[in-house]
Design a binder for this molecule. Structure first.
Ligand code: T46
Length: 137
């Protein structure tokens, strides 16, 4: 079975004369996180030629948000591949289990926020592409 590849959530934004506020909360609406967050990562300090990711997960569901700057995210569910440009703090890319993902083409001062529904467990990662392919046959 292949897993849905591209799922972007647009969070609502409240714009005021003194700036804007984007609530990111869990719920059932299309504009909400589809899980309860257990872990939050802030990923920063990338140079233009760097690459991150290059793995997938057995169980963990995640949402990736470019708080500033941006990058390209390559996605691969074993059947199809696509890529998406992330550059909006009000937009989250859902990363489902068994979707191989890699981030590249980082803009200057990129800060990524990653929200996950599990605690960190290295055993949940598949970091070898050939092993990933065995799971998505
Ligand atoms: C993901 C993408 C989008 C820890 O010690 N604790 C942690 O909670 C995590 C997540 C990682 N680490 C260690 C493991 C590695 O030695 O930090 C190092 C870098 O982790 P990683 O290579 O997984 O980083 P990214 O940016 O490639 O991946 C991260 C998330 O780990 C991953 O879940 O999907 O962002």
């Amino acid at each position: 079975m292949s897993t849905s590849l591209l799922n972007l959530i647009t969070f609502p934004t409240v714009v005021g004369t003194n700036g804007s506020l984007t609530p990111i909360q869990s719920g059932r609406k299309d504009s909400e996180l589809p899980f309860i967050v257990k872990r939050t990562l802030v990923i920063r300090g990338m140079k233009a030629g760097d690459e991150r990711g290059g793995h997938t997960h057995h169980k963990t569901r995640q949402v990736l948000i470019a708080l500033s700057g941006g990058c390209t995210v390559e996605l691969d569910n074993g059947k199809e591949k696509t890529s998406v440009a992330l550059s909006r703090p009000d937009q989250g890319l859902v990363l489902e289990p068994y979707v191989w993902h890699a981030m590249k083409d980082f803009k200057p001062s990129t800060i990524l926020l990653l929200l996950a529904d599990t605690e960190y467990d290295e055993k949940d990662y598949i970091r070898d592409y050939a092993e990933f392919k065995k799971f998505v046959k």
